[in-house]
Design a protein around this ligand. Sequence first.
Ligand SMILES: NC(=O)C1=CN([C@@H]2O[C@H](COP(=O)(O)OP(=O)(O)OC[C@H]3O[C@@H](n4cnc5c(N)ncnc54)[C@H](OP(=O)(O)O)[C@@H]3O)[C@@H](O)[C@H]2O)C=CC1
Ligand SMILES: CC(=O)N[C@@H](CCC(=O)OP(=O)(O)O)C(=O)O
Length: 342
Amino acid sequence: MKIGIVGGTGYTGAELLRLLATHPEADVQVITSRSECGKAVSELYPGLRGVMDIPFTEPDNEVLSRCDLVFFATPNGIAMQSVPTLLDKGVKVIDLAADFRLSNPADWQQWYGVDHACPQLLDEAVYGLPEMNRDAIRQARLVANPGCYPTATQLGLLPLVQNDLVEGSVIVDAKSGVSGAGRGAKVASLMCEVSESFKAYGVAGHRHLPEIRQGLSRMSARFNGELVFVPHLTPMIRGIHATAYATVKDHSVDLQSLYEQTYENEPFVDVMPAGSLPETRSVRACNQCRIAVYRPQGGDTVVILSVIDNLVKGAAGQAVQNMNIMFGLDEKTGLDVPAIMP
Ligand SMILES: NC(=O)C1=CN([C@@H]2O[C@H](COP(=O)(O)OP(=O)(O)OC[C@H]3O[C@@H](n4cnc5c(N)ncnc54)[C@H](OP(=O)(O)O)[C@@H]3O)[C@@H](O)[C@H]2O)C=CC1
Ligand SMILES: CC(=O)N[C@@H](CCC(=O)OP(=O)(O)O)C(=O)O
């Protein structure tokens, strides 16, 4: 498959390169950057020397339209300007940004602050969470790759919500490594600002809130409880740890079995043994989501702990998983590697 990547200098673009460099069916032919145009990929990322030596080029729809699939690893609001042209030329697209995640254009306008450039494609775009939408992804021309927090959160809550077990509100307390903020220079991402510190942000309303709410209501039309989502920035590079709290209606349900059965055939969701605690380092650089479910002291509140690598299952790995599904390949192709330890 001829692959193009728009936004190849960023963290998720570089992660796509790392994963696709050894993917047996993927041939990365176009990799764009406006700031590093002309430079070899391996000059910017020496870890790719010998495996990926092509140069960065300016983004150009004409050149990209020669690909079978184009990934957009760009800031929000960029992909939507090129996607109609690429789809018209028969190119499939996976957008790692949020341009096609929300199906209501008014929600996009409210949370992203600009009008949508192609609202006519929002119904067609498939939300790329394979554990929910595998069949639709198989048929899709356009996949909206989920956000990192929404991936960890929705996988953690899916078994409960799908089975209408949640009563009332859900609280999600999530923590991310700093690479979640991208590679662009920002004071808030400086080492002196983030190390030896820990803080919440987006408490009044983060743009992943409507994405998670939309996902939960698709899992069950009966889900109408309040959703509280508070992200935090932690002094680590990669990883997301999402802790969700929900009240369950039915005390007779064996939650450990429910989670194990829901995910028993999922290659990238691991339900941990009862009593264990998932750690972000157990998913570092791999496409796994590890989940543990608890009902402390047998009470009404269920606690679900969910970890992913924000750059892998939260972005580039999930995008490659979606590519594999769209092109009829084994879903694990190029992704079947364990975490880096320690
Ligand atoms: N980081 C993460 O953990 C996650 C990120 N995402 C989403 O993925 C997308 C990429 O994120 P990330 O890799 O962190 O971002 P970065 O800021 O690290 O990289 C952005 C890339 O986009 C390119 N770019 C910027 N503006 C434009 C433009 N107008 N036209 C074409 N290319 C452009 C940049 O290169 P240049 O300026 O040289 O062209 C750069 O390569 C974002 O939408 C982000 O929200 C999703 C899940 C997780
Ligand atoms: C630590 C950090 O800053 N994280 C980012 C989320 C990264 C991400 O997933 O972006 P999208 O899903 O919107 O594409 C944030 O909170 O804005």
